[in-house]
Design a protein around this ligand. Structure first.
Ligand code: PBG
Length: 322
């Protein structure tokens, strides 16, 4: 006897072209931002662990990289500074950031219109590796915000389009907006790391940025992974303080919070597929447990489906160059 099945969803999955027509979520290279770690010197081009996507480059090499990625149609590039010397008083930032200044000039002359982001945080610039200034064992808030604002103003003066504070101090977005405006930098946007968890998934990044905390951990400023209501408070506060776009990070462990953010604000939402997420997929691929390319694509689609407009990911470069 023939079954009577009223709804057959499989009809719309029958061929590749039918599936493509009804595809609800896409990822394009234009929506991906590639991070780079800017180191001093010349001719430096080094992936901290081959295949894991964390590139340390000197400004001259960055220029070539930007040329290639821009031509391929990448969405943007995000710079993290790895200074030659560390210091703990939040002063002399302009000296510590000299390679970043050169890198920004190279980027803007190689690809003037490519959106250029730069991280604002002290963890790679201090001997203790915390994201702000420290007194004893305390991570200071308001003093840190002053130093971070100085950092943002320098980056904006040198020509980045977006300053991206990832430090998680309270009040930094408002202070930074005010500082930028008073310095005549009204055109520089702020991408706030609004919801950033204290996460084990930053491991590979800290190796590349030389930014692991020397004592304690980041739990007094980064968020606890379980707190959904607190995440909403962080988000709305940064929106109120004047952020132009907001970030959720890590991405894959916070897909619900990306969705919450999408519904709580009309600002563009960024998600950061962090170093440990990328490493996890890569290592599984290398171990022969999963198909890396397919797993990566699936993860990016899921982040977009959750509501992210733009994804910061180490996948941008390999996609652009494939
Ligand atoms: C700096 C910063 C970190 C990341 C982005 N900005 C590391 C941290 O907070 O320890 C992580 C990004 C990644 O893992 O790819 N505060």
């Amino acid at each position: 006897m023939a079954l009577s099945i009223p709804v057959r969803l499989r009809r719309l999955r029958s061929t590749p072209s039918v599936r493509a027509m009804f595809s609800e979520t896409q990822v394009s290279l234009r929506q991906l931002v590639q991070p780079y770690f800017v180191v001093p010197g010349k001719g430096v081009k080094q992936e901290t662990r081959p295949g894991y996507g964390l590139w340390q480059v000197s400004p001259d090499v960055l220029r070539e990289e930007i040329g290639l990625l821009n031509k391929a149609g990448v969405g943007g590039v995000m710079l993290f500074g790895v200074p030659e010397h560390k210091r703990d008083d939040g002063k002399g930032l302009d000296v510590q950031m000299e390679p970043l200044r050169q890198a920004i000039i190279e980027c803007k002359s190689a690809a003037p219109e490519l959106p250029l982001f730069a991280d604002v945080c002290l963890c790679a610039f201090t001997t203790h590796g915390h994201c702000g200034l420290v007194k004893g064992n305390t991570i200071l808030n308001d003093e840190s915000v002053v130093a971070l604002t100085d950092m943002a103003i320098l980056l904006a003066k040198w020509g980045v389009d977006f300053v991206s504070p990832s430090d998680m101090m309270d009040g930094r977005i408002g202070a930074m907006r005010k500082g930028l405006d008073e310095a005549g930098l009204q055109h520089t946007s702020i991408l706030s790391y609004a919801i950033k968890m204290a996460s084990a998934f930053y491991g590979p990044f800290r190796e590349a940025a030389h930014s692991a905390p020397g004592f304690g951990d980041r739990k007094s400023y980064q968020m606890p992974a379980g707190n959904r209501r607190e995440a909403r408070r962080e988000l709305l506060l940064d929106v109120a303080e004047g952020a132009d776009a907001v970030m959720v990070k890590p991405a894959m462990t916070n897909l619900d919070l990306i969705r919450d953010s999408r519904e709580a604000t009309d600002l563009p939402i960024f998600a950061y597929q962090v170093s440990g997420e990328y490493a996890m997929l890569r290592a599984s691929g290398d171990a022969g447990l999963m198909d890396f390319d397919r797993a990566l694509e699936e993860s990016l689609i899921a982040i977009r489906r959750a509501g992210a407009d733009v994804i910061v990911s180490y996948a941008a470069r390999p996609w652009a160059l494939r």
